[in-house]
Design a protein around this ligand. Sequence first.
Ligand SMILES: [Zn+2]
Length: 362
Amino acid sequence: MRRVAWIAVLLGGCGWDLTTSDGLVWLTTQRHVGPDGRIPIVVDVPANATSLQVVGEMGAGAQGYIETVTDASGDVPFVAKETWDGVHNRTNAGFSSGVVTMDWPIAESDGPLIAGTLRFDLRSADHGVDVPLTIAIKQDDDLTRGVLAVDLVYAGTLEGDPAVVAATEAALDHWRDIYAAIGIELDVVEREWDGASKLTSPGYGDADVYREALADKPPRSVSVLVIDRVTDVAGVFGVSGGIPGSLVPTDRSVVSVSVKEHAGRDGLFSAAEIQLYGETMAHEVGHYLGLFHPAELPVGGVVKSWDALDDTPECLTGNDCDARLGTNLMYPTPLCDTPPCTPQANVTRQQEGIVQRYVGVQ
Ligand SMILES: [Zn+2]
């Protein structure tokens, strides 16, 4: 849902270039990492804005993270160190990355976006590096429904394989149903990209290849790249380029999904595998829109970290989590001990709140 008239007045100064397109206000600039290892990113948030995304592209080899968020009243509602030391995952913006991506507010519990000065302190050890910064701001008068544009890209020759296309479209229908239940309609545009179909996870190599695949990414969309397989990690169904993922094209602005992994050893898609394929797309794009696993996999039999939401229980062991969270879309693994796999389509109200705040959701 969107409206465009609200923008214009505000947002002067501070050295930002301002444009409006696709229902968003875009602020862009370039800053360099100072001798103190910081870039202060100061945004004059317009009235009626509901959420925004900050993206800093650190450039070759450089890394950065958001150290703090400080609001107009001087409160500091996000401190990266708390996420390093804590057991509750809110955003990966507090961890070093070549592409710093932060949504604010992240969840309903962060409260509304307040007009006035909002400051993000970006930290980097790469002094003097120039960092292109982009801020996308949305105004959304209904955070219970929206439309998500999906840029579905078949890599290599996969679009020429009728079995792959049929399975992908059936899986898309399943994904559509899952997101419809949380008020999100998918607007999918399919295209072909004539490049490599065996790729690393985004952000872990193959940067140039991803950049090329995403050069034609439509604005305000999330790209899903259908590939043969992910090369750097065995047995991966799909992988997201970030939590959250960047709306602007970078070498990791993508969710990659593996056809081979879903089709299994026989290379044919059963109904159960199509269900899993649809849930993988819904799950990985869920990460892209800012969702964490409600509970991470146990370490030494004990679960040690969870999402930061109140309506996903804090289970303690593998069996406990399977029982209490195993049907949640963001559960870390499929549960397939007794085929077909347990459907994992449930999304809680607070998970929905995060997804609906993502700037890409119109
Ligand atoms: Zn996951």
